[in-house]
Design a protein around this ligand. Structure first.
Ligand code: COA
Ligand code: ZN
Length: 309
């Protein structure tokens, strides 16, 4: 198994969509630039959704435009064909479309049944193939829905099979409300890696019940090498009651690097991005290892300075 792990920072979308105050596009770009400086080269930079549903994502076209000359994979979330067309017009080369493990979440999020959302996403996939746009298919509530309860492995396996078959570049298993435990994560990821290989799969965890990192580890053990995470632990879906922030990027990078995996991310620079997220939003708590990480990096800086004295 490869020792390289890809981290996709979804903070600029999953994190900022849920703040009480909206950041202007320039500040969203400032945060994304701080992530790029730290070596995070996959970022979900915003969404093309109804401005009434999520006002904080207005201006995602400006954000995308500001990044057009930068290297990296910048994805944008789209809930329907209108969102896809707006994304394409703004120059998006990668879209994250959303599927659902349960009807309740589909209704709350996009006012559609699960089947209607799947039909809309199928049309987007057909268009994206013609337009040469990469497609990430996120399955929201892959383990549990806040409205309908537990989601079976078979349901998620069926959706994954169908959308891999239709040409989705990657299927992202999302624990949108942070309800899964590592045992459940191990079971589902092992089953899907066995069927599709790890390359086509990624995981997205929220840390509501403090099992975010343990879930990353469980998926890692199944062979998954691609994870969503959010700078400063920001996040949560406004339409999924009880969801708290995503697993923090700095925690995931710290754990992976300590285990010998290569994320290509510089932790001191990542901590700068985390502090910036907090300064901009006043609401990015940082990871669970925040105080250890800050002390550790301070000590390393001090030791380096003494060598140079
Ligand atoms: N981007 C921007 N505007 C959009 C849009 C999109 N992707 N899709 C629809 N709209 C606009 C319509 O043009 C219409 O505008 P109007 O009121 O000025 O005429 C309005 O939104 C309502 O459209 P309608 O098709 O009736 O949708 P709806 O009210 O049933 O809402 C969604 C459906 C999908 C647009 C809305 O629920 C949504 O944007 N959800 C996204 C939620 C989200 O981002 N969740 C977190 C991420 S998983
Ligand atoms: Zn999420």
């Amino acid at each position: 198994m490869s020792a390289k792990v890809v981290i996709n920072d979804v903070g600029p979308r999953d994190g900022l969509q849920n703040q009480t105050t909206s950041l202007p596009p320039e500040e969203r770009v400032e945060l994304i630039n701080a992530l790029l400086k730290a070596g995070v080269d996959h970022v979900e930079v915003g969404s093309f959704v109804s401005p009434k549903a999520v006002p904080a994502m207005v201006g995602t076209d400006i954000v995308l435009n500001s990044l057009s000359s930068k290297p990296g994979e910048f994805s944008v979330l789209v809930p329907n064909m209108k969102g896809y067309e707006l994304a394409l017009a703004a120059g998006a080369k990668c879209v994250a479309m959303v599927l659902y493990g349960a009807d309740g979440m589909a209704q709350a999020n996009v006012n559609m049944s699960r089947a209607d959302a799947e039909r809309a996403m199928e049309q987007i996939l057909q268009r994206a193939a013609i337009d040469g746009v990469r497609v990430l298919a996120t399955i929201a509530v892959s383990w549990e829905c806040p409205f309908d309860g537990p989601v079976t492995k078979e349901t998620v396996a069926d959706i994954t099979r169908r959308f891999v078959g239709l040409g989705a570049d990657q299927v992202v298993l999302a624990d949108s409300i942070g309800a899964a435990n590592p045992q459940q994560v191990r079971e589902l990821t092992a089953m899907l890696v066995n069927e599709h290989g790890a390359q086509r799969l990624a995981c997205h965890f929220h840390d509501t019940r403090a099992m975010g990192l343990a879930n990353v580890f469980a998926a890692l053990e199944s062979g998954i090498r691609s994870f969503d995470a959010s700078i400063g632990g920001m996040g949560g879906c406004p339409f999924a009651p009880g969801a708290s922030g995503n697993v923090a990027t700095e925690d995931v990078v710290m754990m992976l690097e300590q285990m010998g995996y290569d994320t290509g991310i510089d932790l001191p620079e990542l901590m700068n991005a985390s502090r910036l997220a907090d300064r901009l939003t006043n609401n990015a708590p940082g990871g669970r290892a925040k105080s250890w990480l800050e002390g550790h990096l301070r000590k390393k800086r001090k030791a380096r300075n003494q060598v140079h004295e």
